[in-house]
Design a binder for this molecule. Structure first.
Ligand code: ARG
Length: 445
């Protein structure tokens, strides 16, 4: 899936000064917790001073008095340029006839309201093409099959949570994973859209202990601290695989926590087809990676909350999530159980342990009836996708460093060639991490 980290298109930064996004005014209080003073924020990135400190920094809260995108006419022009390109693309690829009428309508709408509304067909097409343009995603062959849940009317935090839960169920589909995106309200000149602070809808907590160690997933230590600060009790006792609550920011309202019901997240116990001891490692993973910290940019309109998913490729979980030293770091314990010495690198204990871990992930998902692919199959599919795109006369952007799998790299065909990488709209972009997630002021535990 698309992971164009941190790139900001000028087109996606439009804002009409004077029409006023809410500025850092909400003061949140969760039941049973300390009063939290977290400003609301404008969801899509705007120019934020790197040197600023405190909770407002990185939230995209425009400091009072700062003009962000120049004058109205610049913002409108830049939105119009993106809109025109997108609407023209939509009409060309969908054989929808000349775009002129629709363009005139959009132009007028932008001039009078400062934004425009996509038709349901445009939204669906925009979300699919955003996937197609995601240069870091190896799984793009099926871009046209993306199911688009149009939830643009949804802005309230409890409804965002409920729809996210529904997304998980629909995407999980009893194990036959379906690629799905749920598109919540866009940013508009008078109101920013909502935002989900978790990086994925289902994530495991990472509890930082006094000695600096982490119980659970270190990748989520910051968001875990924030959730705890807002009153989330965490696992009792803290476990390695506790599903985090959703952290939802609604415009002009306090940040709120929403527990996911246990039956919304299908998890797979990791076992090995031959090594009986493997199950005793107590490893598991959730079935569906639903990316929730990226915004969708379609024709200059920014949808700050648009969680989307595909299905897993085994190396994402085996090589990276469970294997990385900065994550669950399971290679040493697996190697020891395999009877391998970890004293030196030269016996390739890491390579052997990683292969068995990837095999265990594949085996466990398949046995549980949950869709998962392997890096060999997915590599072949990706090259098929590239060929198809070329036949359609489209250049397919790809980032070698993300496309090439982290295991058996040179044994996959995607390794042995180069790609052109470039930014193509529509697309997904990662939100900068909100400063309150990173804040050093939050207590550790
Ligand atoms: N690599 C991420 C993870 O391990 C998931 C990214 C999206 N992956 C996907 N197959 N759609 O959780």
């Amino acid at each position: 899936m698309g992971l164009n980290q941190g790139r900001i298109l000028p087109d996606s930064r439009w804002r009409i000064p004077g029409r006023g996004r809410p500025r850092g005014r909400a003061h949140g209080q969760e039941p049973g917790s300390e009063p939290a003073v977290f400003p609301s924020f404008q969801a899509c990135p705007v120019a934020v001073d790197e040197t600023e400190t405190g909770f407002a920094a990185g939230l995209g809260v425009p400091p009072a008095g700062r003009s962000l995108a120049g004058d109205d006419s610049f913002a409108i022009d830049s939105l119009w340029v993106s809109a025109e390109r997108f609407i023209t693309l939509f009409h060309a690829e969908n054989r929808a006839g000349p775009p002129d009428r629709r363009l005139r309508h959009v132009r007028r709408e932008i001039e009078t309201t400062g934004t425009y509304r996509h038709t349901p067909d445009e939204l669906t097409f925009g979300a699919r093409v955003a996937w197609r343009n995601s240069s870091r995603c190896i799984g793009r062959l099926y871009w046209q099959s993306l199911r688009v849940r149009d939830r643009r009317e949804v802005t309230a935090a409890p409804d965002i949570a409920a729809e996210s839960i529904e997304h998980l169920r629909e995407a999980t589909n009893g194990g036959r994973i379906r690629p799905v995106i749920t598109v919540f309200a866009p940013d508009t000149p008078d109101r920013p859209g909502p935002r989900i602070l978790n990086s994925q809808l289902a994530r495991y907590a990472g509890y930082q202990t006094a000695d600096g160690a982490v119980i659970g997933d270190p990748a989520n230590a910051d968001v875990t601290r924030l959730a705890r600060y807002l009153g989330w009790p965490g696992g009792q006792p803290a476990g390695r695989f506790d599903i985090l609550p959703l952290l939802v920011q609604e415009a002009g309202a306090p940040l709120t926590l929403h527990e996911l019901p246990a039956d919304a997240v299908l998890e797979v116990i990791i076992r090995h087809p031959e090594f009986g001891w493997f199950a005793d490692l107590g490893l598991r993973w959730y079935s569906v990676p639903v990316i929730s910290d990226m915004y969708l940019d379609v024709g200059g309109v920014c949808y700050p909350a648009a969680p989307f998913n595909g299905w897993y490729m085994c190396t994402e979980i085996g090589s990276r999530d469970l294997g990385d030293t900065g994550r669950y770091d399971q290679l040493p314990v697996i190697a020891r159980h395999m009877g391998l010495s970890t004293a030196s690198d030269r016996n390739l204990w890491k390579d052997k342990a990683m292969t068995e871990l990837n095999l265990a992930v594949l085996h466990s998902f398949s046995t549980a009836g949950v869709t998962i692919s392997d890096h060999h199959t997915e590599s072949v599919r990706f090259l098929q996708h590239m060929e198809r795109e070329e036949r359609q006369g489209r250049a397919c952007p790809a980032d070698w460093t993300w496309i090439v799998p982290p295991a058996a790299s040179s044994a996959t065909p995607v390794f042995h060639r180069t790609y052109q990488d470039f930014d193509k709209a529509p697309n997904f972009y990662r939100h900068p991490a909100p400063a309150m997630v990173k804040s050093p002021w939050l207590p550790r535990w």
